[in-house]
Write a protein that binds this ligand. Structure first.
Ligand code: IPM
Ligand code: MG
Length: 363
């Protein structure tokens, strides 16, 4: 993060594909409003990288742009993915380009139900659903190690190797322990104690034991944090059956990807879920967790709340905690008001109208 005191923040903006640009526009309107209220100055640096841009120009993200991103204060991303481009090509260039290129080793994904009417679970309300997933974001089965031979024949072989390094696992587990401690401190005395759940599959995938070993080792430094391990299949069951057990979850890249889509549904749908791709103290990237949803693109129907929450997470990361809390509180008030029936494209509230409603709540 290159900002000198008194200088405006420099925020990279990648609207991307499909509904990405329209939801991010609403996020940026909210950013403008809260920045004006709080006297925050920022400069926006736009980037065109997307599936659509690739189809037009044949260009993916060049290495010098990744270098340039390192000099920004933060990056906001809408969504990447185009139906006419080979699956994953642009996603790997842009999303994994940011995650790996900026070494954003934490993917932080809050799962919080703001109002009972938005959730799908019987007898589970806001008090039962308030946890956060710390997804490892630079290793695991996303390491791009593997390949295919004899493609298209019945002799075909495909391999993929998951990478778990001591340093990579240790730093994300440590981050999660510190986060659990911080959340418990914010709840105050009398609030529920800190708890960290490690999610892996060390029974079937024996090398996952490295997670258990490091969890135990780092955990010895955090006697104030309750510690437990869960296999990922059981975790899915508990997320539905007893979501109130969870406070902070730390897990591998792929498992974090999977359980946070489930988590998004528990909080009302993909339309609300936001994430921070974080390297503490360095340029980090913030995005809604939904994809480009081409069928909803350009229709002003997608829910922008996830993009707005991503802006809130970004403000928090750059040290504008007060502004971040204002965004979060505005969304919470809106969702608790009952004026929003659902957080999907069928809510009857347009993308821009939802932005207006959040702005109204901001005052
Ligand atoms: C996510 C997405 C990405 C991932 C895809 C688009 C590469 O599903 O951010 O959860 O798998 O991480
Ligand atoms: Mg995903």
């Amino acid at each position: 993060m290159a900002r000198a005191p008194g200088q405006p923040y420099r925020i990279g903006v990648l609207g991307g594909d499909g509904i990405g640009p329209e939801v991010l526009d609403q996020g940026l309107r909210v950013l403008d409003a809260v920045a004006a209220q709080e006297g925050i100055q920022y400069e926006r640096v736009d980037y065109p990288y997307s599936g659509a841009y690739y189809l037009e120009t044949g260009k993916l993200v060049p290495p010098e742009v990744i270098e340039e991103w390192r000099g920004l204060d933060a990056v906001l991303l809408g969504a990447i993915g185009h139906p006419d481009v080979e699956a994953g090509l642009v996603e790997r260039s842009v999303i994994l380009g940011l995650r790996f290129g900026l070494d954003l080793y934490v993917n932080l994904r809050p799962i919080k139900l703001y109002s009972e009417h938005l959730g799908p679970l019987k007898n589970k309300g806001p008090d039962d659903l308030d946890f956060i997933v710390v997804r490892e974001n630079t290793e695991g089965l996303y390491s791009q190690i593997g390949g295919r031979r004899a493609v298209g024949t019945t002799d075909e072989i495909a391999t993929v190797t998951g990478i778990y390094t001591y340093k990579g696992v240790e730093r994300v587990i440590r981050y999660a322990f510190e986060l659990a401690r911080k959340r418990a401190a914010a709840r105050g005395p009398g609030g529920r104690p800190a708890r960290l759940t490690l999610v892996d599959k060390a029974n079937a995938i024996r090398p996952h034991q490295i997670w258990r070993d490091i969890f135990a080792k780092v955990g010895a430094e955090f006697p104030d944090v309750e510690q437990e391990g869960a296999y990922v299949d059981a975790c899915c069951m508990w997320m539905i059956k007893n979501p109130e057990w969870f406070d902070v979850i730390v897990t591998t890249n792929l498992f974090g990807d999977i359980i946070t889509d489930l988590g998004a549904m528990l909080q009302g749908g993909m339309g609300i879920a936001a994430s921070g791709n974080i390297h503490p103290g360095k340029t980090s990237m913030f995005e809604p967790i939904h994809g480009s949803a081409p069928k909803h693109a350009g229709k002003n129907v997608a829910c922008p709340i996830g993009a707005i929450m991503a802006v809130g997470m970004m403000l928090d990361h750059v040290g504008e905690e007060k502004a971040a809390k204002k965004v979060d509180d505005a969304v919470a008030r809106l969702l608790q008001s009952g004026r929003v029936p659902s957080l999907d494209a069928r809510s009857g509230i347009s993308t821009s109208a939802m932005g207006d409603m959040v702005l109204e709540e901001l005052g």
